[in-house]
Structures are given as C-alpha cells and as structure tokens.
Design a protein around this ligand. Sequence first.
Ligand code: CA
Length: 224
Amino acid sequence: MRILVVEDEETIADVIATKLRKEKYEVDTSFDGEDGLYNAMTNIYDLIILDIMLPKINGLEILKEIRENDISAKVIMLTAKSELEDKLKGFDTGADDYVTKPFHIEELIARVNVQLRSGNNKVKDILEYSDLTLNIRTSTLTCKLTNESINIPYREFLLLEYFINNKEQIISKEQIYDKVWGIDTDYESNNLEAYLSFLRKKIKIIGSKVNIKAVRNLGYKMEE
Ligand code: CA
C-alpha cells in the first residue's frame, strides 16, 4: 500500500518515511503544500499523512481540495498541541484521524495500521484470499491446503498485497505500476511480467489453487 507524507520539516518526514518503509509501505514525501497537493491529486495513495502548517498551501486547504475532488485516501493530520481548532476543522473537512505533535513514531505507525490494515481497531498482520495467507510482518506466504510456506521478496510482496486487496477484480497495468512502483516510474524499466511470473511460480510451488490471470487488453485478475 502507498502512503504520501506531506511535512515541511524534512527530518520528521524522513523519520516517518523510513519507519513506514520498514512496515512494508511504499512511501513518497512532499516538503511543501503545493507539491503535496499535486501528489495527492494523482489519487494513487491509500493514506496521506498531512501536516497542517505548511509553506505555500496549508494542510487544511489540501484536505478540502482533495475531498472536493473525491480523492478517497485516508488522511491522518499532524497538528501542534495549540491547534485544537484546526483539529476540529480537520475532522469537519474529512480527516480520518489526527496525531498531535510532538508524537512518538510508534504511535503514528499504529494509527496508520489501524486505518489501512485494521478490523475492529486491531492491527491485522494476515491477509487472506482463498487458500492463501500472507503474513505482513514476515512476508511469508502460506497455502492452507498444503501447509507449505514461502518467503516473498519486497516487490513481489507489494504486488501480491495489491492483488489480494483487489481480489477477483481486473487491475490494469497502469494501476499496478502506479501502486507498486509509483508515479515517477518509467514503465519500460520495470518488467511487470517478470515479477508476475516469479509470483505465480511461488504460489504454485506451495500448492495453491490461486492464479493471477492475464485478461486480454485489460490487465490482470487474481482468482481461484
Ligand atoms: Ca509544518
């Protein structure tokens, strides 16, 4: 899953991004409001961490703009203690949560996990589809029928996570590139077919019935 961090204090943004990457999220950063709004409008993010006090365009204006344009990303606002009023405005405008500065990084990560991987506010470590379970913490893919497991490398993990979250739906190549490689990707340089074939082999090796099928002219679909 892909996260945008909009925060003008670059050291804070970097700390957040590094920690989120360790949690296996794909992360982009923007250091001012203009760049943040531009990135947010691409609509490729599952979640946006949005500071309020930003140069050029402030976080509340960004939030208003993206909600008016039906960008559905979850939004966690970063607010200073004194900005209680901003916090309330943020909820009115469509923020999903807020974290008060200064914060512990673990606290922020927990809030992110709640928004993106939760059921009943409990962090979910396991993604499931059909006979497959994917452990997010360990990157282990297991087939429930055979009880065989295999470790999934980073890029294939992102692909697989995206397919499981959109199971039995057709996903276009462009969507996959945007989500798994990001907007600045040179399409030619990433061989999606190769990664998919690695992934299909691993799914097969552990004895699963699941397949990632190519759908002609449209993209790909994960199904049994
Ligand atoms: Ca700031």
